[in-house]
Design a protein around this ligand. Sequence first.
Ligand SMILES: NC(=O)c1ccc[n+]([C@@H]2O[C@H](COP(=O)([O-])OP(=O)(O)OC[C@H]3O[C@@H](n4cnc5c(N)ncnc54)[C@H](OP(=O)(O)O)[C@@H]3O)[C@@H](O)[C@H]2O)c1
Length: 240
Amino acid sequence: MPTILITGTSRGLGLECARQYAEAGWTVLACARNPAASPPLQALASTHSGRVKTLSLDVEDHAAIDRLARELDGTAIDVLLNSAGTMGNGSFAKDGLAFGSFGRSDYEDWETIFRLNVFGPMKMAEAFIGHVARSNQKKIVTLTSMLGSVGINRIGGLYAYRASKAAVNAMMKSMAIDLAKSHGIAATALHPGWVRTDLGGPQADIDSETSVAGMLKVIDALTLETAGRFWVYDGSELPW
Ligand SMILES: NC(=O)c1ccc[n+]([C@@H]2O[C@H](COP(=O)([O-])OP(=O)(O)OC[C@H]3O[C@@H](n4cnc5c(N)ncnc54)[C@H](OP(=O)(O)O)[C@@H]3O)[C@@H](O)[C@H]2O)c1
């Protein structure tokens, strides 16, 4: 069976992706900042013992990413899934679009958001390209957001998060072009929908099970021809 490496599996969408890929029989390399601090991740690992392997990884720590890539040297990774992400210190669930509004920029928070949401997936792709290239499926997927679409932004706000996901989109588009040619890898950005997680808040449209079931189908269908697009969990597409 294939292997997937997922970042941010302690909770939210990363955890649900780990669960659904494990249930589908995949080997799951489940990365989290502190796996021991996530009881659901520990439970998943013991349910699928041997096939769900938990690994400590802070995606903001590039030396740690390089170390893990070296530890996994020789392992084929069919799908590299960058799920870890943040909206920063504020709470979208509490403050909605008012959070991160004009005139109230916290530049340290901008840096954290960019380190995790943008530099993290870029560094993961650069560190693990060899592992993905030696696999059968050869896919790199980064979770983006509809809030990163410049084309459909009618309501403003959320500067840092929007900018970080627009950057993810630009990055995944370039990766799709470059890595198809150099390694036969299909890379894309994927919007999970507005999902009821800590990040999405309780008012969001859908639950993680629905989002992830859809994302698995989109990732499964991803080819070199359909790479480099702004996919949505339900198989539709968004404008950049
Ligand atoms: N939920 C939505 O509605 C929605 C919509 C569009 C896009 N997205 C995107 O989907 C992805 C997952 O979001 P989510 O809703 O699952 O968020 P979440 O429930 O807040 O979970 C965030 C995950 O990221 C991890 N993380 C935070 N900082 C990290 C770091 N430095 N290194 C490694 N992991 C770190 C967290 O781990 P800890 O437990 O250690 O903090 C946690 O596992 C994000 O990229 C987000 O932008 C979500």
